[in-house]
Write a protein that binds this ligand. Structure first.
Ligand code: SAH
Ligand code: SF4
Ligand code: F3S
Length: 466
């Protein structure tokens, strides 16, 4: 083989797939694979798929249709392109994928990514399908990214600390696609965070399907909590911001709530899915908490961190949802005043209990979705508007479209654009918000001179005076 081989990975679904896609690329880097930005010139295409709703799963097959044409064209030019399906559709459908889409060479479930190099060798002589839940821990076998790869991925990074779910909400496929809950040990996570910080990462988001159920072994051999883990990570030099997602209301324990009070690095924005505001629906969904439980948790978090803002996930049209149940959801949204949310129409998934229940009509689902979305958008805009005139720490992460402008994120994950030198990318800098766009805040450095890089001071001062 001459020259490096090109790899294109496309992620669907949640942030864990984004993280996993990086780890797959890291695993294939020592094999000579270099990432490319499009499928067209790739030697290996990996679709890292999502099974959560029907639409997400079906997207994969339309993409595979396009890739088949690409692969056949490449073959006429003497190029052998391999197509792999990874992620939750791979886990859920296994060899069914190869039957429906014979263009696929390789199917790999989320617990087998460390086996990719060996699987690719086998794929030279036929289809390879790996969807077992192996006993060995994949995290011990996945190589870490190079410093250069981390730099390229930017100043914010994910770390998977927990994977899988034992909760079995009646609508959800995740316990089947990701398996039962596991937590990584504290020392491994700390080592990964230190490595990221060393490569210039300033913001770390801890991820897991049930991230606050985290109970990995601490250095003393006893189980830790997410709160304790966050305390430990906040000590790492260079780590300016911490976040975690996605959490379950039931696992919001006192150590985690205390972390929101005690750790300035822990951002005051929390994604806490509630799904519904109706106790009847929460019960049918097997969420194992009530509306009152949720409100109590939100209140405790607000007491710990008064500037906290909540976002959430909602499902409308869950089997049996009445008008009254839906109104309960609308009332909960008003009570908590969510500033953002993902809203979904219930999608029946084969093998889950809710798929067998009496379904709500599509028309009703559409109507409820629209009402809920409209209400959330209104709150999102109101929150942006409230930010006007305020001063927020912004972590700059990229250049913006307009010359001289750079872009970053507020503590609440809003995009903030500012006229400022690109040397501030990777820095957390106070910004005064002067203007509000549809989805973006615009501002000016609160203290323009204090943050300029030293050698360039005089140049900038002249520019400012001009
Ligand atoms: N672990 C997280 C969420 C995982 S899935 C939690 O416990 O909240 C992300 C979101 O997809 C869920 O919060 C839910 O709102 C939505 N979702 C999951 N299954 C769904 C289904 N069958 N139909 C519609 N939305 C669904
Ligand atoms: Fe799915 Fe419920 Fe587990 Fe979240 S807690 S991943 S919604 S089963
Ligand atoms: Fe989708 Fe799997 Fe994530 S089903 S949401 S990619 S855990």
């Amino acid at each position: 083989m001459t020259g490096p081989r090109k790899l294109f990975v496309k992620s669907y679904g949640c942030q864990m797939n984004v993280y996993d896609s990086h780890r797959m690329a890291d695993t294939l880097a020592p094999e000579g694979y270099v990432e490319t930005a499009t499928a067209d010139d790739a030697d290996l295409v990996i679709l890292n798929t999502c099974h959560i709703r029907e639409k997400a799963a079906e997207k994969v097959y339309s993409e595979l249709g396009r890739l088949r044409v690409m692969k056949e064209t490449a073959a006429t030019q003497g190029r052998d392109v391999k197509i792999a399906v990874a992620g939750c559709v791979a886990q859920a459908e296994g060899d069914e994928i190869v039957r429906r889409a014979p263009t696929v060479d390789l199917v790999v479930g989320p617990q087998s990514y460390h086996r990719l190099p060996e699987m690719l060798n086998r794929a030279a002589s036929g289809k390879v399908i790996e969807t077992e839940f192996p006993a060995d821990d994949k995290f011990n076998h996945l190589p870490p990214p190079s410093k250069a790869a981390t730099r390229k991925r930017g100043v914010s990074a994910f770390i998977t600390v927990q994977e899988g779910c034992d909760k079995f909400c009646t609508f959800c496929v995740v316990p089947y696609t990701r398996g039962s809950e596991i937590s990584r040990p504290v020392d491994k996570i700390v080592a990964e965070a230190e490595r990221l910080a060393d490569a210039g990462v300033r913001e770390i988001t801890l991820i897991g399907q049930n991230v606050n159920a985290y109970h990995g072994d601490d250095v003393d051999g006893r189980p830790s909590t997410l709160g304790r883990l966050l305390h430990r990570l906040a000590e790492i030099p260079g780590v300016a911001r911490l976040r975690y997602t996605t959490s379950h209301p039931r696992d919001m324990d006192t150590s985690l709530i205390a972390a929101h009070r005690d750790l300035p690095a822990l951002m005051p924005q929390l994604h806490l899915p509630v799904q519904s505001g109706s106790d009847r629906m929460l019960e049918a969904m097997n969420r194992r908490h009530t509306r009152a439980d949720y409100l109590r948790v939100a209140e405790q978090l607000r007491a710990a961190r008064p500037d906290v803002a909540f976002s959430s996930d909602f499902i409308v049209g869950f089997p049996g949802e009445s008008d009254e149940d839906f109104e309960d959801t609308m009332r909960l949204v008003a009570e908590v005043d969510f500033v953002a949310a993902y809203t979904f129409k219930y999608s029946p998934r084969a093998g889950t209990p809710a798929a067998e229940m009496e379904q709500v009509s599509e028309a009703v689902k559409d109507e409820r979705l629209q009402r809920l979305q409209h209400d959330i958008e209104r709150r999102q805009t109101a929150f942006l508007t409230r930010c006007q005139g305020g001063t927020f720490d912004v972590l700059f992460d990229r250049t913006a479209r307009r010359p001289g402008q750079i872009s970053g994120r507020s503590p609440y994950l809003q995009t903030v654009q500012v006229m400022a030198p690109i040397s501030l990318i990777g820095e957390v800098v106070p910004v005064k918000i002067t203007d509000v766009g549809r989805n973006t805040l615009f501002g000016a450095l609160a203290d323009p001179l204090a943050n300029l890089p030293r050698q360039a001071d005089h140049i900038q001062i002249e520019t400012l005076g001009a």
